[in-house]
Design a protein around this ligand. Structure first.
Ligand SMILES: *Cc1c(COP(=O)(O)O)cnc(C)c1O
Length: 397
């Protein structure tokens, strides 16, 4: 059996990967087992914003791995506090709770919001409601898929978790209409990544923040994908000048090396957690903390947020200039770009397969959107290469 057959034989079929076997990564490049080189336009759904195997991150990881890796939070370590100090100062959030994956940090936020609603807002027992949006993606746990609008994510996984109310994304009036005395929080992505890089109308988040404040509802921004420079600001909510009551980070926080996530929040929200309420064996471990701290330093030292802003604008312009009937819309912010294709003319999957042949790796989201979300260290020349490849693919298909 070759590698593809072996994986098909032993691995659960819960993904439909492109038929390429990657063996090496460096910066924006990936190599397959035949030595063919590709430009990475996926960055592992933004987990690899720093580029593959960044030397400083590899060094931080190896150094820490040789010293101390996992002890659990039964004890203090010398790496967690310095990491949390930097991210709290960067984001203006007073406290952080370390987890591993994005979904775990979302679960943490949901637990915090519910307990806060009972303790601080006086919501009656088991009545707390959390408002979410159509098209949301917050992860894959049973509770999180319970409020997904994607039937496939929920179907046959019931019984589902109650306590969620779903409204239209980008619609402030829908939020106003959904808020009740039982509303604990509004959980929202400032830009919906998995939905296909969907951007709400300008000022949406600012108006939501105002509504939430007026009704004592927590605004919790899921920036697992949009955060840490992806959209050309440190946080996507900063485009609207919004400081959320709770903030969820993941993906790029681990520097493309390992899973690291955080729920950050204002004091009275985080104060709901007492010893024993919540935890994670691996959350905040020394290896993760050392890598994440270095990832934040690299973000600053290499001005990755500014790069994303400037190169994102360049890439968006170049993509919008492609003349093709197959393209309905090119939209995005920073290096977080979606190309909406006309499904009557072409499938996003077919475009990704042809891009692969031309040495560019991306992945479709839903059937109609090709995602362009490269490592933030990408160069203008590499963007040109990608755009030219896409234009050629669209011209020939
Ligand atoms: C990827 C993602 C998650 C889930 O993160 P995992 O690490 O896969 O659990 C949550 N929210 C958003 C917005 C995401 O893009």
């Amino acid at each position: 059996m070759n590698t593809l057959e072996l994986e098909a034989h032993y691995c659960a079929h819960n993904y439909h990967p492109l038929p390429v076997v990657l063996v090496k990564g460096e910066g924006c490049y990936l190599w397959d087992e035949n030595g063919k080189r590709y430009l990475d336009m996926m960055s592992a759904y933004s987990a690899v914003s720093h580029g593959h195997c960044h030397p400083r991150l590899v060094e931080a990881m190896v150094e820490q791995a040789q010293r101390l890796t996992i002890v659990s939070r039964a004890f203090h370590t010398d790496t967690l506090a310095p990491f949390l100090e930097v991210i709290c100062e960067m984001t203006g959030q007073p406290r952080a709770l370390p987890m591993n994956t994005g979904a775990e940090a979302v679960e943490t936020a949901l637990k915090a919001a519910r307990k806060w609603a009972y303790a601080k807002k006086g919501v009656a027992a088991d009545k707390a409601e959390i408002i979410v949006c159509d098209g949301n993606f917050h992860g894959r746990t049973i509770t999180i898929v319970s409020f997904s609008s994607e039937v496939q994510y929920r179907d046959q996984f019931g019984p589902l978790t109650p306590g969620f109310k779903r409204i239209a994304y980008g619609d402030v009036d829908a939020l106003a209409g959904a808020i009740t005395e039982n509303s604990a929080a509004f959980l929202v992505e400032p830009i919906q990544g998995e939905a296909g890089i969907v951007m709400p109308p300008p000022g949406y988040l600012a108006k939501c923040a105002e509504l939430c404040k007026r009704h004592n509802v927590l605004l919790i921004c899921d920036e697992v994908q949009s955060g840490l420079g992806r959209t050309g600001k440190l946080l996507a909510c900063q485009h609207d000048g919004v400081q959320p009551d709770g903030l969820i980070l993941g993906k790029a926080l681990g520097g493309g090396m390992m899973p690291v996530s955080l729920f950050l929040a204002r004091e009275d929200v985080m104060a709901q957690f007492e010893p024993g309420d919540h935890g994670s064996t691996f959350g905040g471990n020394p290896l993760a903390s050392a890598v994440a701290l270095e990832a934040l330093k690299v973000l600053q030292d290499e001005k990755l947020v500014e790069r994303s802003e400037c190169l994102g604008r360049y890439m968006l312009q170049r993509l919008q200039a492609i003349k093709s009937d197959a393209i309905c819309e090119v939209r995005g912010r920073g290096l977080f770009i979606g190309i909406e294709l006309d499904p009557q003319r072409i499938s996003a999957r077919a475009v990704c397969e042809q891009l692969m042949v031309k040495g560019v790796l991306s992945k479709e989201t839903h059937e109609t959107v090709v995602r362009m979300a490269p490592p933030l260290i990408i160069t203008e020349a590499q963007i040109d290469e990608t755009v030219d490849a896409l234009a050629q693919v669209l011209a020939t298909l």
